[in-house]
Every structure is written in structure tokens, then in C-alpha cells.
Design a protein around this ligand. Structure first.
Ligand code: PBG
Length: 324
């Protein structure tokens, strides 16, 4: 063939492929989500093989290992005892509660580790919803007031980044104001800007026993069919003062990550959620796909779509692969 242009020349060797590679992954791109409970034992999570509900000691050790691998941040998800759950979720702003104690322990042991905390009520209220529930309705403004107390309590304990995952309207502005009023103007807000009402959260709710008791989350989380709505949320979160914006889930929402990337100068995060993790884990368990290869491909795809950093249960495994 008389072919002067041969794209394969740029793929001819590992060296040329390295030179021409457009997207790079590094351990610095990852946030490791960690589950914790108020028990002395570390307990494997049945619905998420390879993940653990940590005791405080186990949590500190695990976070230390992540940090040593170059992972700059963790995000905390507590399993709260049923006896502490109430209609109004008051435990979420108990200064001696599980999350504040965990933040203090983590920051004492690893001052450089960035501790990100989840702001939402589902682990704390008896309804299992991210907001307060009254007669089947998820209350917006009343919920935001509680979220502000939760965030200030986390900031007081030493959280570096507050990540509201609740999807209530107006919460970013309210959180910014509450944090600033309490003297925490250095605490960042990473908003779950486009969090979809997704079936991919199933294993996570199993891990925390936080599934909604009744109904679903469709009146607050976004409809998976929608793109423009994500941009509307983005505009609001920017105006309200978010420092970072997130898309969640990641793998089935790469177009949304790209849309958000193209419409903001803010850092964009993406959350590779429990169902995405489990799908890769179970497809590779009996050898149908290569776990390591699919893990790395899924992460590079999320970054290529436009994410600056990724919340992923694979963070430590992927960081180990990148070290080789
Ligand atoms: C709830 C919350 C959820 C996740 C993170 N925060 C579940 C939900 O919205 O029901 C899901 C994370 C995952 O599936 O890995 N505030």
C-alpha cells in the first residue's frame, strides 16, 4: 500500500507509546474510601470483597498504608449502631461521635493525610435517607440546618475537606457560611454536584446498613437519563462556593464527567462506586476478566473523561501497580 500516514508508527514500541500517552494515572489521583465502626475488631464486608469495616486502630493503620503508597486522602463512611439512630439524626453532630473521634485519631497519626468526610444523614437517621423525613417526604431546608451542624462538627475535629453527598438544594452555600462563621474558612468543600439516583450504590448500602427504609432517593439524586441537569447543579455549586465538584457514579457517567470538565475551571472528582468495584471484582473472581488490567483501564477511562481525581476502593491496589 502507498500509505504515507500510518498511525501505527506512534504505537510501535513501549517507548513511543509512553511518549505519546495522553493520560497518566498516579497514586496522587486517588482518594481511598474507608468504612469504620465503633468496635474493636476489623470486619470484612460481605457485600464488598476486599473491603473492611475498620476499628479506629485498624483505620489509622490502613490510612497510614495508603499515605505511604502516595495516596493523599481518605474519605470516611461510618456504620452507626442502630441504637444511636434517631428520626432527627442528632448523632451526626455529636463531637464525641465515631467520625469526629476517627478524624482526630487520623490527623494525630498522619498530619499530612487529607481527611475528607461525608456530609449526609443516611447513616444516622432511622429512615436511611440522606435528609430528614416527614410523612414520606425528604425535607430540604430543615435537613440543610442539620448538615451544617454535622459539617462544623467534622471541621472542629480536624476534617480537611467536607464532601456533601446529600443532594439537598442550597447546601453548599449554607455549609460555606456555617464553616466560615465558625472560623473554618480553610476547610474545603468538595460537592457531590452530580450524584445520580443509581443502582450501583447497592453494595455500599449493604456495607453500612444504610439503605432507605421506605421509598427511594429519586426526589433528591439526579435522574440517570439527564445531562443538562448536571450542568445546572454545576452552575449552582460554583456560585455557592464549592472548591471541587464531583460526578458519581463514574464508569457509567463518563459523558457527564466530560461535560462537567468542559464547563468549569474547578477541579473535578469522580467516584467509582461500590457497584462498579463489585462488578470488576466478581467478573474477575473466576478469571473471566483480568482484575488488575480491568481495574487500571477503568481508572484511566475516568481520568481520560476529565476527572482530576478519583474516589475508588481500588486506590491501594492501583497505587501498588503504579509503583512497579
Ligand atoms: C450516601 C452515600 C452513598 C454513597 C456515598 N454516600 C449511597 C447513597 O447515596 O445511597 C455510595 C458510595 C458507593 O456506592 O460506593 N450519602
Amino acid at each position: 500500500m502507498d500509505l504515507p500516514i500510518r498511525p501505527r508508527r506512534n504505537r510501535k514500541s513501549a517507548g513511543v507509546r509512553a511518549l505519546t500517552r495522553e493520560t497518566l494515572l498516579s497514586a496522587g489521583d486517588f482518594v481511598l474510601p474507608l468504612f469504620l465502626h465503633d468496635l474493636e475488631v476489623d470486619e470484612p464486608i460481605e457485600s464488598m470483597p476486599g473491603c473492611t469495616r475498620w476499628s479506629l486502630d485498624g483505620l489509622v493503620k490502613e490510612a497510614g498504608e495508603a499515605l505511604a503508597l502516595g495516596i493523599p486522602a481518605v474519605v470516611l463512611f461510618p456504620a452507626i449502631e442502630d441504637s444511636l439512630k434517631t428520626k432527627k439524626a442528632e448523632e451526626c453532630f455529636n463531637a464525641e461521635g465515631l467520625v469526629p473521634r476517627a478524624i482526630r485519631a487520623l490527623k494525630a497519626a498522619h498530619p499530612d493525610l487529607q481527611v475528607m468526610t461525608d456530609v449526609a444523614l443516611d447513616p444516622y437517621n432511622i429512615d436511611g435517607h440522606d435528609g430528614l423525613v416527614e410523612e414520606g417526604e425528604i425535607l430540604n431546608d430543615e435537613t440543610v440546618e442539620v448538615l451544617c451542624k454535622q459539617a462544623v462538627c467534622q471541621a472542629e475535629a480536624g476534617a480537611d475537606i467536607i464532601a456533601p453527598s446529600d443532594m439537598m438544594d442550597g447546601r453548599v452555600a449554607a455549609l460555606r457560611e456555617a464553616l466560615d462563621a465558625a472560623g473554618y474558612e480553610k476547610v474545603s468543600i468538595c460537592s457531590y454536584t452530580a450524584k445520580y439516583a443509581s443502582a450501583y450504590y447497592g453494595p455500599f448500602r449493604g456495607a453500612l446498613g444504610s439503605a432507605p427504609k421506605a421509598g427511594d432517593k429519586k426526589t433528591y439524586q439526579l435522574d440517570p437519563a439527564n445531562r443538562r441537569e448536571a450542568l445546572r447543579e454545576l452552575m449552582l455549586d460554583e456560585e455557592e462556593g464549592a472548591d471541587m465538584v464531583m460526578v458519581k457514579p463514574a464508569g457509567a457517567y463518563l459523558d457527564i464527567i466530560r461535560d462537567v470538565r468542559d464547563n468549569t475551571t474547578l477541579p473535578v472528582a469522580a467516584y467509582q462506586v461500590s457497584g462498579e468495584y463489585l462488578m470488576i471484582k466478581s467478573a474477575s473472581a473466576d478469571g473471566w476478566v483480568n482484575e488488575e488490567a480491568v481495574m487500571m483501564e477503568s481508572l484511566i477511562a475516568i481520568k481520560r473523561a476529565g476527572a482530576d481525581f478519583v474516589l475508588t476502593y481500588f486506590a491501594k491496589n492501583a497505587a501498588k501497580v503504579l509503583r512497579r
